[in-house]
Design a binder for this molecule. Sequence first.
Ligand code: AMP
Length: 282
Amino acid sequence: MTQVVHTRDELAAALDKAPLDQAASGIAVVMTMGALHDGHRELIRVARQSSAFVVVTIFVNPLQFGPNEDFEKYPRTLAEDLEACRAEGAALVFAPSRDDVYPGGPPSITMNPGPLGAILDGASRPGHFAGMLTVVEKLLRLTRAEVAYFGEKDFQQLALISRMVVDLELGVRIVGVPTVREKDGLALSSRNRFLSPEERRSALALSRALREGAAHGDPEAVLAAAHKILSEEPGVRLDYLELTGPDLGAVPDDGPARLLVAAKVGTTRLIDNVPIALRKAV
Ligand code: AMP
């Protein structure tokens, strides 16, 4: 049985009553903005493997959207989302209103994402990561989470949250889950539903570029291969294509790295990334 609550008082009451043996195995949380797809469902499935009590939060956080971004038109599909949570065996769904999350109105004190939050998406979306970290920290506390699951799809977000729980000693374990893709490679995203059939075809260039890049071991060859694919697709307006270390730091000569891309297709902004194994030339 999946219980659904909408206010922080209802959430606290439900957590107080969480079966003790289940709570003993740890409360796990999966945070989402709704419009759930199989990527979200995979997070719930992975969480269920180690926790009997999985809380899913559904909240489109206004604080992490810029003034010209898609907060108003972001898809909201609560009835279907609750069905998905039930089907995956979530114990509890917390779907609060804006006023319940921010009872005092927009907060004047927010998280500072630091230097890691200033690069990549942080450079393109000022204020996004401060807003994201502020709500994540709140929801970790409100749900009393011991472990929280986040997708590698939003790799910089995962890196920042992992850093936040260490730096602020929040005592929560953060687990990353690999990106779920369509058969043709497109990373699942709630925003994919905005794409026309033609835009969807163009959007495939992102995952194709990452895949072609990942076939190389030399940093210059990785970037050249990926850039070539993207430049051949006129429907894609590139924001960034960057190769970094595995934690978004400097690119190593050899070993694990990450290739990340962000682009606009029509009016829809998409992001994707893959792990890369760099090999030093001999
Ligand atoms: P969102 O609802 O887009 O804020 O995403 C909620 C959570 O689902 C985040 O941890 C995302 O990284 C994760 N997520 C979104 N899309 C995918 C995907 N295709 N594969 C795996 N995780 C995902």
